[in-house]
Design a protein. Structure first.
Length: 164
């Protein structure tokens, strides 16, 4: 038997005012696109904005469906859009923000497991970390320097090979 420890480093800022101008702009893009999310059932609106290596910003928001599993989270809408529109350009940073029609979201919310795995695929594909900025409508902002900080034991393509 072997026991090992997995650690994650998260940098937390008191508010978005402490972020760099570029990170604040990306977070503002995520907050703006969250307002246009289609979330009539949960009333939980999520926006994601990606900064690509070429400077482009790609956004996405959650899209609910009355058949709940048919909906898609903001993070996957954004990252799949980036993959379709800019297939040869790595993702550098993703900002995710959420709000609710039922209560005030005053803390960061972390992506679901499916979104973490989808983002991990792009981090592995480009062999470089993707920074993640997480925020609510206001309050603290959390930043991690890699998807591995959110999904430390992530499933990777190499796991599918017999010769690994």
């Amino acid at each position: 038997m072997r026991t090992f420890q997995v650690t994650t480093t998260v940098t937390e800022y008191a508010s978005d005012a402490e972020l760099t101008a570029d990170d604040r702009d990306l977070l503002n893009a995520a907050r703006a696109i969250a307002r246009d999310a289609w979330a009539p059932y949960s009333q939980f609106y999520v926006g994601a904005a990606l900064r690509l290596a070429n400077g482009e910003i790609v956004t996405g928001n959650n899209q609910e469906n009355v058949a709940y599993p048919s909906g898609l989270c903001a993070e996957r809408v954004a990252i799949y859009s980036a993959g379709a529109l800019h297939p040869d350009v790595p993702v550098l940073t993703i900002a995710v923000s959420c709000r609710s029609g039922l209560f005030e979201v005053n803390k960061p919310m972390s992506p679901c497991g499916a979104c973490r795995q989808a983002m991990a695929e792009y981090e592995t594909r480009w062999n470089q970390p993707i920074r993640v900025i997480l925020a609510g409508e206001q309050g603290a902002v959390q930043v991690v320097n890699s998807i591995r900080d959110l999904l430390p034991l992530m499933f990777e393509a190499g796991e599918l090979r017999k010769d690994r």
